[in-house]
Design a protein around this ligand. Structure first.
Ligand code: DC
Length: 225
């Protein structure tokens, strides 16, 4: 039987978002990349000059901002359109300042509580492929299929570097690699909702695999389960 809820967790640039989006397209399910929600809160805090270290202020902001994730209607490579208080922040939330601060914001329990609630609500609306760090462990512990996607830091940095070049941005490769390693450590070691595979997750290593090959592996897994 086809799984109704698919939880896909894994580190930055592991290929989980690409897989999740392709899988959702194939299954005709809703796709939600939960990382954009943490990024949107971080962007809003930076924009409003809220001190990122001020946990109470950042949490309050997360509770009151109007965050919307809409199907993409713009052909610029986006997988969804992200609105914060009505403003399109889809690309702004991918900037270096958000990259540096988002782990800190995502470590705040109240921020996680607000966003987890919204994520569960979205999953109640119908079949979904949801990607993040704690989907299989915390957000949807009863998901029908759980995948945990891994890849080496070098491979992931190379992927992100290529994406930046394609968008016309210049980013130093070594800095990118260092920031990925730093973020992994923070994500893995955060006291609440650390990035760990659920006990019943299938672990997939995407090193050396094309996006298509990863998708096919997962489709085969679904056929055989
Ligand atoms: O997947 P991403 O790089 O866009 O995620 C941005 C940040 O948000 C990353 O530091 C991990 C965090 N995150 C999280 O803590 N829980 C999730 N479910 C998704 C992302």
């Amino acid at each position: 039987m086809k799984p109704r809820t698919v939880a896909i967790d894994g580190s930055a640039a592991s290929g989980k978002s690409t897989l999740a989006s392709a899988l959702a397209g194939r299954l005709k399910y809703l796709y939600l990349d939960t990382g954009v929600m943490y990024r949107a809160v971080t962007w809003a805090a930076l924009k409003q000059n809220v001190d990122i270290n001020d946990e109470a202020a950042v949490s309050e902001l997360a509770e009151k901002i109007d965050l919307q994730i809409l199907p993409s209607e713009v052909d610029d490579g986006r997988q969804a359109t992200i609105l914060v208080n009505g403003r399109d922040v889809t690309w702004l939330i991918r900037g270096p300042e958000v990259n540096v601060n988002v782990s800190q914001v995502s470590s705040y329990p109240r921020v996680r509580q607000v966003l987890t609630r919204q994520q569960r609500k979205i999953a109640q609306q119908g079949p979904v492929v949801m990607a993040g760090r704690d989907i299989g462990t915390v957000v949807l512990p009863n998901a029908d299929l759980k995948l945990f996607i891994v890849a080496s830091a070098e491979v992931r940095a190379r992927r992100r570097h290529l994406e930046c070049i394609e968008r016309g941005e210049t980013l130093n490769f070594d800095e990118l690699l260092a920031s990925i390693i730093r973020r992994d450590k923070l994500d893995r070691e955060k006291p609440i909702s650390p990035m760990i595979p659920a006990q019943d997750a299938v672990i997939i290593n995407t090193d050396g695999l094309s996006q298509q090959a990863v998708l096919e592996r997962v489709l085969a897994l679904m056929e055989n389960s």
